[in-house]
Design a protein around this ligand. Structure first.
Ligand code: SF4
Length: 308
């Protein structure tokens, strides 16, 4: 199946979008923090990222949601640094300490092609937001050289709509977080600006406008659409009940939700008594009950992949 980004490449629209995206690096407004630093000259803002993308790992990954990992794996490219700073982040050496290597956009394009050659079902950009222009440029180069599998944007959901519009028709599958309903909780536990819930909702609406609900192929592998992830936190800190209500009302009852139970205290969580434990079975059961009450979709058909 031909990917939609091919026609954007052939018409020159993708190249224009790369230029537009790069302009946002000068006086950086790549994400809603709008730090204003000149990343074209290597200056760094909140995300501690300059001009070159930093990649922590590039692998076939089997631990994502079943329609994403399938049986041949999701081609995961893990970007270092982040525009949030969650005190409980399980990947903090990558997201907060910047563990990874600077690569050129040509090298980043080569990674995508390598993952495609390995047979991965998709290319999965993890924590990509602060490197959107560079990733878009690398995609352009990879498409020129034969990239033709779905692209997936695996994000914390603190994204600018202006930037997301440049990904329209390029990214086939969005995998965003909806982390909090309460701005103070977002600020306290993720060091997010107080506009997190509002900005997050606008971003989710734009992603939904672009892709709509999840479409899988005959083997159950995602081809297009959106799955919203919500991590249930202890003591109701994520506002799970209200988040699910908001998603049902403001996005759609047809949007797929990945309700995550795997929270454990990592990074600096030990300094915050409320989140210094796993969630209880009761807390997760309540979350499942609210999901059902809102009539939201969870679950998918287990993919069936023929041997290749
Ligand atoms: S991408 Fe980084 S530098 Fe740019 S606005 Fe966001 S946090 Fe600031």
């Amino acid at each position: 199946m031909q990917q939609p980004y091919l026609s954007l490449y052939q018409s020159g629209v993708l190249a224009q979008r790369v230029q537009e995206a790069y302009q946002m690096l000068e006086g950086c407004r790549v994400c809603p923090r709008n730090c204003g630093v000149n990343r074209l000259k290597g200056e760094q803002g909140f995300c501690q990222s300059g001009l070159l993308p930093v990649v922590s790992s590039c692998n076939s990954h089997h631990g994502e949601e079943p329609p994403i990992s399938g049986c041949r794996g999701s081609g995961t490219i893990f970007l270092a640094n982040c525009n949030l700073r969650c005190v409980f982040c399980q990947n903090y050496p990558i997201s907060q300490l910047g563990v990874g290597n600077e690569v050129t956009v040509e090298e980043l394009a080569g990674m995508m092609l390598k993952l495609q050659k390995k047979g991965c079902h998709n290319i999965n950009f993890v924590t990509p937001t602060h490197f959107t222009p560079q990733i878009l440029h690398a995609i352009e180069l990879a498409v020129r050289d034969g990239l033709n599998i779905p692209l997936l944007w695996n994000t914390n959901g603190y994204e600018s709509v202006e930037m997301l519009r440049l990904l329209d028709g390029v990214i086939s599958i969005y995998l965003p977080d909806a982390k909090y309903i309460n701005p103070q909780m977002a600020q306290k536990y993720s060091n997010a600006p107080l506009d997190y819930p509002e900005v997050n909702l606008s971003a989710l609406k734009e992603m939904w406008r672009q892709t709509g609900s999840l479409i899988v192929d005959e083997q159950g592998i995602a081809q297009k659409g959106m799955i919203i992830r919500h991590l249930v936190l202890p003591e109701g800190i994520a506002g799970t009940k209200q988040v699910l209500k908001m998603l049902a009302q403001e996005i759609s009852k047809n949007v797929h939700i990945s309700l995550m139970s795997q929270y454990f205290p990592a990074n600096k969580a030990a300094s915050y008594p409320s989140i210094n434990r796993r969630i209880t079975k009761q807390e997760y059961d309540d979350a499942l009950k609210w999901l059902e009450q809102e009539g939201l979709c969870e679950g998918w058909i287990q993919p069936y992949c023929e041997e290749e």
